[in-house]
Design a binder for this molecule. Sequence first.
Ligand SMILES: Cc1cc2nc3c(=O)[nH]c(=O)nc-3n(C[C@H](O)[C@H](O)[C@H](O)COP(=O)(O)O)c2cc1C
Length: 188
Amino acid sequence: MKKISQPISNAFCPQGLYLYGTYTADSKPNYGLFCWATYCHSNGFRFVACIGEDKLTRDRIRETGVFSASILTEALLPAADWCGTHAGYEHDKSSVIPSECGSVLHVPIPCESVWSFELKVEQILTPSEGSDIYICRIEQLTADARLSAPTLSFEEKLKLVSPVVTMDQRYLPVAPHSLGEWGSLANF
Ligand SMILES: Cc1cc2nc3c(=O)[nH]c(=O)nc-3n(C[C@H](O)[C@H](O)[C@H](O)COP(=O)(O)O)c2cc1C
């Protein structure tokens, strides 16, 4: 294979997508769409989120120390795309995604979400002014009850979730079939 140097980009690096939910100061649900997110180990399993630049979601997380993160699914995609491209500073997003309150934390959760974390910020890193990295304890996971049905295979559950990932500024589906379990592929 011939390799060449390229301008820095993550074009072919798949990123998961989440709707982050916070309540505004006047108690309305607000959502933004986010992909700079992952997990780490820090005194246990933790959710890590990066919010770059000024935005309402960042202000509300700083103020309250809590937010929800819901996996982006194909069903939520149109509303999520809108929330990710319209600033909460300028738009009232409270009616775009029907919401309910989290069961453990005071955070809005989309009624149609099949997999939502309720997150409490444990640590804030500020790599540059305006940009925050949150390391969060997962206080609660609420999932569609169908995902715990013992009769369904993982692939059937994945099809039910239909998560959306992003690459190169576009949305892509996840193929609902497995390439094998960890440690089961090498035959050396
Ligand atoms: C696909 C996609 C992914 C995004 N990921 C991030 C992200 O990881 N971090 C971030 O700061 N903004 C991200 N944004 C931008 C926010 O969603 C956008 O600023 C939105 O207005 C935030 O909501 P708010 O203004 O109500 O806080 C992303 C936008 C899109 C469309």
